[in-house]
Design a protein around this ligand. Structure first.
Ligand SMILES: *Cc1c(COP(=O)(O)O)cnc(C)c1O
Length: 448
């Protein structure tokens, strides 16, 4: 790997703190209280709950859900919105969205249990994923969930076995792989033929016909999901939906019923200043290709709804200088927020105190305490000199943040807090050191 560039100037392509805050209406900076989410100063949360902590804005979750719903209605493609629980499987977050009318897109029994606990009607739950176990299928079908998205002939057989055993009929959509390039990060592109997801569109007609003749299975429609953090316009969506529309017409010409089309998720958000497509543009792509088919439409957004709604609130442990570089070492690490290490992701990092917010910035590397060089959140980032104990917030950490955390380096999972107007509550307690050890044991031959 090439040696990193010397720290001379912060990357001037980075947005300023003021620009970052201006684009996030739930965040404001108060002269006295500093960075504030809705009406709650983040410093107050840090004082009461400690750090690192994930903090979510309930108002933003609602506002974004309604904006997406409004865009779909405006484009005359009213659709069921199934929140992709994997983006943020916090019970209170899913509950807030359930109260807005969201259904759920789930990928495991755990997520299904969470969606049910959040009060989502099983009829509005869709089960996605390439490898559902027989146990998971049994759990899902015995709870009469609305739809299973099948991803292979083999899986259709498994669904049939379980449905027959339970004496029920499973509503199954066939997930197709449209072989389009969503032009996102390689680790989160899912709609190309070399990806593991779905069935080849050329194989779909025969499989769909076979589903219609399979006991315990009722084919209800077609599903697609081409990738995540899609920011390069909606042309990949349009291409995928056009292929789906052709498929639906072909199936109907064979005399097969197609009632639903599940359009997937993946709508990107601007972490830095990417020109992310709007929900209106997505709605337009859906309308253009699928609007006249007379099918029930569904979408499965995760990140777009909850990503901007969350921050990761963390404290500076110390600053150290080695050679010409300044390192800001935080009490959050890659085990908390994995995205920079995993996807080279950029997150806005802003100070919390009002003084730090207006102090001159200089370049630094922002890192966590974990014993890996990959535990680097940012290089050459412009931040003020930060005393030990200073607070900073990672922006847009509400999706694939806490959800992807681990306890690597025996670090307890961080707390999660929901802010709603002037109220806030801990919605997941910080994991205790005792809980980290719980469940582990030493076999008796080693104990003596
Ligand atoms: C991950 C996933 C989603 C949500 O993706 P986002 O990029 O968060 O919108 C939707 N559907 C399926 C099948 C997924 O795997």
């Amino acid at each position: 790997m090439a040696a990193p560039a010397p720290q001379l100037l912060p990357d001037d392509a980075d947005p300023t703190f003021a620009e970052l805050i201006a684009g996030r209406p739930h965040l404001t900076v108060h002269a006295h209280d500093g960075l504030t989410m809705e009406e709650v100063p983040l410093a107050r949360i840090a004082a009461e709950v400690g750090t690192p902590s994930w903090v979510y804005s309930a108002g933003t979750l609602r506002r974004r859900f309604r904006a997406l719903q409004g865009a779909l209605e405006e484009a005359r493609v009213p659709s069921e919105i199934h929140f992709a629980v994997k983006a943020n499987p916090n019970l209170a977050v899913v509950r807030a969205l359930a109260k807005e009318g969201a259904g759920a897109d789930i990928v495991s029994e755990g997520e299904l249990r969470l969606a049910l606990a959040a009060g989502i009607d099983p009829a509005h739950i869709v089960f996605s994923g390439v490898g559902k176990t027989l146990g998971e299928l049994r759990f899902a079908l015995s709870h009469r969930i609305g739809q299973i998205n099948a991803e292979s002939a083999e899986e259709i057989g498994m669904i049939s076995d379980v449905a027959t055993e339970l004496g029920v009929t499973a509503d199954v959509a066939l997930r197709v792989n449209p072989d389009v390039d969503a032009r996102t990060h390689a680790k989160i592109t899912t709609g190309k033929s070399e990806n593991k997801f779905g069935v080849a569109i050329a194989d779909a007609p025969a499989l769909y016909a076979r589903m219609a003749a399979t006991p315990g299975v009722r084919p209800v429609g077609i599903a697609v999901h081409i990738g995540s953090q899609i920011t390069a316009g909606v042309s990949a969506y349009a291409a995928a939906y056009a292929a789906l529309a052709d498929l639906v017409r072909g199936l109907r010409a064979q005399g097969l019923a197609v009632e639903r089309v599940d359009c997937g998720g993946g709508l990107g958000i601007p972490y830095r200043h990417e020109p992310a497509p709007s929900p209106a543009a997505l709605a337009g792509a859906i309308r253009g290709a699928l609007g006249n088919l007379g099918v029930k439409l569904m979408v499965e957004p995760g990140r777009w709804i909850c990503g901007p709604a969350g921050v990761l609130l963390t404290r500076v442990i110390l600053q150290k200088h080695t050679g010409s570089r300044r390192f800001v070492i935080l009490d959050a690490a890659m085990n908390d927020l994995l995205r920079p290490a995993m996807y080279e992701a950029w997150h806005g990092i802003v100070p919390v105190s009002p003084q730090d917010f207006v102090s001159p910035v200089s370049p630094c590397d922002v890192v966590g305490p974990v014993c890996e060089t990959g535990d680097t959140f940012a290089r050459n980032r412009g931040l003020p000199l930060l005393e030990p104990g200073s607070l900073v917030a990672f922006l847009d950490a509400g999706a694939y943040g806490a959800a992807m955390s681990s306890t690597y380096n025996a670090r307890p999972l961080a707390a999660e807090i929901l802010v709603d107007g002037d109220r806030f509550a801990t919605v997941r307690a910080r994991q205790t050191q005792e809980a980290l050890l719980a469940g582990q044991s030493v076999p008796d031959w080693l104990a003596a």
